[in-house]
Design a protein around this ligand. Structure first.
Ligand SMILES: Nc1ncnc2c1ncn2[C@@H]1O[C@H](COP(=O)(O)OP(=O)(O)O)[C@@H](O)[C@H]1O
Ligand SMILES: [Mg+2]
Length: 339
């Protein structure tokens, strides 16, 4: 277990600055996600913390101690990759034991630790199999077993669930969260999947272009996005963004409203209303999404009962004032809920 403090971290590849003066403080025992689009620098930042990439500036501290000059082995971290990286010719038992044998621990300790990790992950029956004889989910568990077997202070995971099918992903993320709680370990989990980050994390570092856009609890980034990037990245379907002139907002601002907060209503009355032509009713189970053309924009709204609504109809949509977010046209900062 360890707290992590990153200050002014920069990382370049040649002339290309991938991370530019990044600050982040992670508490001991927190589950943190790095969330952002592909190419924004999540893996690079993770590898800098792991010691697999050298940094070009700034510092990384574990429990207050500078570690950026230490090699990966000296940092007491463990890393789980997307492709699991198991040794194909070794049994599950030997794969999990591998980092312990590298540390030259005696075989009694190795056996004890492997048995503990296998028990925690429920993979005892698999110990004598080769990786080729495992399903994707089982391989993932073995990779996690190999990572936790040394009792690392920090567990770093780079898109560890991306290769699994949808239902298994959901199951594995519950398991990973449970495991983290049991071990009380600090976890950094890299993902481009906002739902995964929302469900798993104590806090999410939303990243774009090598910078942290917001670092806060899941519902905080959802309800009070710091800027337009965060507002657009978190939440599905995406928040609607409308120029002020379409919906009567202030000049110099874009109005954001989430589809779940925008509903059909009988007439143009209330805090925020829009009128447009219904293009499509999309069933989404307990409710439906409505795609409505408002001027040049397609706006998404939700509706519990679309009876009587058909494409081509003119519909009026309304939202409560509290649901509106205003973003500066210039720079995208959210301006209506800053403390
Ligand atoms: N070894 C490398 N050499 C040069 N450029 C790299 C290297 N690794 C990553 N990059 C670049 O750094 C940027 C961030 O990459 P990465 O951290 O892998 O993003 P993410 O994990 O968020 O998808 C990308 O533009 C990528 O092309
Ligand atoms: Mg990556």
């Amino acid at each position: 277990m360890a707290s992590i403090k990153i200050s002014g971290l920069s990382k370049r590849f040649g002339d290309v600055a991938v991370i530019k003066g990044l600050d982040l403080s992670i508490e001991d025992g927190e589950f943190i996600s790095f969330l952002g689009p592909s190419g924004c620098g999540k893996s690079t930042l993770l590898y800098c913390i792991a010691g697999l990439e050298e940094i070009n500036g700034g510092s990384i501290r574990f429990d207050g101690n500078e570690i950026s000059d230490l090699g990966p082995r000296e940092r007491n971290i463990a890393l789980v990759f997307q492709d699991y990286a198991l040794y194909p010719h070794m049994s599950v038992r030997d794969n999990i034991a591998f980092p312990l044998r590298q540390q030259k621990l005696d075989e009694t300790t190795v056996a004890k630790q492997v048995a503990w990790a296998a028990d925690v992950l429920g993979i005892e029956p698999l110990l004598d199999r080769l990786p080729a004889a495992l399903s994707g989910g089982q391989r993932q568990r073995v990779a996690v077993g190999r990572a936790i077997v040394r009792n690392p202070s920090v567990l770093l995971m780079d898109e560890p669930l991306s290769n699994l099918d949808a239902s298994l992903r959901v199951r594995m993320r519950t398991e990973i969260r449970k495991l983290q709680k049991e071990l009380g370990i600090t976890v950094i989990f890299v993902t481009h999947d906002q739902e995964e980050a929302m469900v798993l994390s104590d806090r999410i570092a939303v990243m774009n272009q090598g910078a942290v856009q917001q670092f806060a609890a899941p519902m905080e980034v959802y309800a009070r996005p710091a800027n337009r990037f965060v507002a657009g990245f978190i939440g599905s379907p995406q928040m609607n963004f409308l120029p002020a002139q379409i919906c009567g907002g202030r000049e110099g601002h874009v109005v954001g409203v989430r589809p779940h907060d925008l509903k059909p209503q009988p007439e143009l009355a209330g805090d925020f209303t829009l009128k447009g032509e219904l293009l499509l009713v999309e069933p989404a189970g307990p409710f439906q999404f409505l795609d409505v053309a408002v001027g040049d924009h397609i706006v998404r709204a939700t509706c519990v009962d679309p009876a009587g609504l058909a494409p081509g109809d003119t519909v009026t949509l309304g939202a409560a004032r509290e649901a509106l977010r205003f973003f500066a046209t210039d720079g995208g900062q959210c301006v209506n809920h800053q403390s």
